[in-house]
Design a protein around this ligand. Structure first.
Ligand code: NDP
Length: 238
């Protein structure tokens, strides 16, 4: 296990930085994805261990290609980078909010996954974790009593981008299942980060959400694939 490598996108702060720290604590070499080199360097210093900077903007094709060319083999890819642009609910949410959000949360994940696939295929136990959201669950969104109900906010662009990410997770898992990949989506729970103003002042510790990603990143060969899980390991409804 000790020569295993992981890449976490958007790991210069928030949940991603905590995922990188926890994977490093498991003895892995962790590539800390950051679109800004200086912010990434600071995070690498804070994370310690065998953390290494990988400059990576998931919406920039050149940046993705340059980053992927650096790695011969990769065991774990955590697609964590995400944005929340615009808080309006449909149909008022602007087309531009949808485009921007999908560019990072959906197309960014697709681009990074495709680019790192050759390196992941050289792993004995390839794992992909897509950091989604409980707001991407259509079942929870449609339930007015649920904390992730549409009426609770978050905006249509963000919610539907995570629903699309969940679909992408399922299709990717099925396509790669015969090659030994485990591909799963995570709902990390409401966490106090720059992205989530709603969780400000709450006890939503990012470390707790990150632990859910680490569990999926370190799944044994008998573990599930093509699933959607809450941070505590319980299955989440699509
Ligand atoms: P933060 O805003 O704290 O962190 C987001 C990270 O993504 C930052 O490192 C940011 O970099 C990076 N990022 C954004 N755009 C890009 C890009 N184009 N290329 C590379 N990196 C990028 O948010 P969280 O830690 O809360 O979010 C992490 C993930 O967790 C997201 O996918 C989010 O949707 C998901 N999530 C969060 C929840 C919460 O309650 N916090 C709940 C459910 C899901 P930079 O610093 O340069 O902006």
């Amino acid at each position: 296990m000790n020569d295993r490598t992981a890449l976490v996108t958007g790991a210069n702060k928030g949940i991603g930085k905590e995922i990188a720290r926890q994977l490093g604590a498991e003895g892995l070499t962790v590539y800390v994805g950051s679109r800004d080199a200086e912010r990434g360097r600071r995070a690498v210093e804070e994370i310690g261990g065998d953390a290494r900077l990988m400059v990576l903007d998931v919406t920039d094709a050149d940046s993705v290609a340059t980053a992927a060319a650096q790695l011969e083999r990769l065991d774990i890819l955590v697609n964590n980078a995400g944005i929340m642009a615009g808080g309006s609910t449909a149909p008022e949410a602007g087309l531009e909010d949808f485009r921007r959000t999908y560019e990072t949360n959906v197309f960014g994940v697709l681009a990074v996954t495709n680019a790192f696939l050759p390196a992941l295929r050289r792993s004995d136990a390839p794992r992909i974790v897509n950091v989604s959201s409980g707001t991407g669950s259509l079942t929870w969104s449609a339930d007015p009593e649920h904390p992730f109900a549409v009426s609770a906010g978050s905006g249509a662009a963000y919610r539907s981008s995570k629903t699309a990410l969940n679909a992408l997770t399922l299709y990717t898992a099925q396509a790669l299942a015969s090659e030994g990949f485990k591909v799963n989506a995570l709902a990390p729970g409401l966490r106090r980060t720059d992205l989530n103003a709603r969780a400000a002042g709450s006890d939503g510790d990012p470390a707790e959400g990150a632990a859910g990603a680490v569990r999926l990143a370190l799944l044994p060969d008998t573990g599930p694939t093509g699933g959607f899980f809450s941070w505590d390991g319980t299955p989440a409804p699509w």
